[in-house]
Design a protein around this ligand. Sequence first.
Ligand code: GAP
Length: 524
Amino acid sequence: MSTPAPSAEVSMETIVALCKRRGFIFQSSEIYGGFNGFFDYGPLGVELKKNIRDCWWNDMVRRRDDVVGLESSIIMHPKVWEASGHVAGFSDPLVDCLETQLRYRADQLIVFKVSQTNLLEGQYNPPGETVGWVAVLEASFEEMFKRALKRLDVLRDVCKLRGELSLESANPRSYEDCWQEVAEKTLGPDAKKAVGTLKQPRAFNMMFQTNVGAMTDASSVAYLRPETAQGMFVDFKNVVDTGRVKLPFGIAQIGKSFRNEITPRNFIFRSREFEQMEMEYFIHEDADWSKAHQEWIEWCRSWLLSIGLPESHLSLYEHKKEKLAFYSRGTTDIMFRYPFGVQELWGIAARGSYDLTQHANASGKPQEIFDEATKKKFVPHVIEPAVGTDRIFLATLCAGYAEEDVTDEKGNVEKRVVLRLSPRIAPVKVAVLPLLKNKEALTQRAQALYKKLQRRYAVFYDESGAIGKRYRRQDEIGTPWCVTIDFDTIEKEGDTFTLRERDSMSQKRITESDLFALLEEQVY
Ligand code: GAP
């Protein structure tokens, strides 16, 4: 018996607390105070992440005839990153605050206009006159506005403003777009003593540098890859020559990428070390790229639904033509409604033949394919769906988390935390629970089932505590099913167990073979 609580939006604090409490994610190097932008995945976290990765790999590579896999090295020849444009252009606009020495991304600093409605000390300002600007870090609009409102008091103190101030909420702008106009009168997001301390934005390259070999000089500089995609371009000819592939076909890769993000934040949403799952889908230069692009957008959206993300949290954002790189034909992002706002989850870009052409020019090795029909060589074009595993991980937790009031048979109401993860990705698929731990017949049967399940699935054996408490522990980590070995199992014919379903909390009796059939159907 349960009454789902009204679906309140979960806060990031709740998700972070759950991750720590149940061992999904820890701060990296926590005993040394943590390391900003880096995270460790704990025992349940690695299972969930591995399941997301495996689902993607199975669906993207193994279950398709037109996509093959690759694992390229993380550190590649530095010329790769010159040819790709990353050395010259993989940068974010960085803004320094002279007062606090803090740094921000200019495109994430949102500036609100502040008007005086009556008196500024010693002089009269007509109502509506702009007296300053308040910059706050990007978040959902509501939160941003609240933060800007709070900072009005600081602005008032700093500028000795008197009387009523009003904040223009309708049209906030990014500092990147308007710094020339507003710089002198802007209160930085953490400043307390002065306005005008935010500097002009400057390009900051986000690639991590290292040195390869015994010498540490300019000639030994190399980079940790900021994306996995370049591996697929650089190995394009190797795959074509050895992989028995024919256009259209894709090369997929899962692996770590590294970016020295100026403002890593929102937990694992934007970190400095993260995992990407990328696929480069090569098509004929004359193929209908727009159709291929649309098909991949739909494939990615359906795949997210297949691992349990709700449609209500997903939306599409088409990048404006004027903001695209010159070679790009179109980019659409699948957006997800996180607690901190609607943000990019998966980017699907139509990149023309830019990347292969760049590498052909820089290496002197043609990156072409021979067209049997026209007897001509050409450079294929590419559609690139690129997603971060960690962002999917976070999305599944945010969408799956719920707190419910549950009424037991005696009428007592209690709270249960439940993580509604799809069985495809849940870290534990089944919990095996003997009703009593001091009854050998029960524990023996439970152990036998547990061992058998363990050969194929991630399962958990738990014999301590009241059965209700054990169910709750599994609900909180998203285990879709609990199997209880009770007296009916050992005393009645049929060797059946109680199967308890996480979301509905309904219970029914099930045989071992039916349990395996259920798992076979739902965990794939
Ligand atoms: N090869 C194209 C590329 O890398 P991107 O939009 O920069 O495109 C692709 O990255 C995906 O990687 C993003 O949609 C996001 O899911 C993930 N991602 C990018 N930067 C990230 C970061 N700092 N932390 C976590 N995930 C990130």
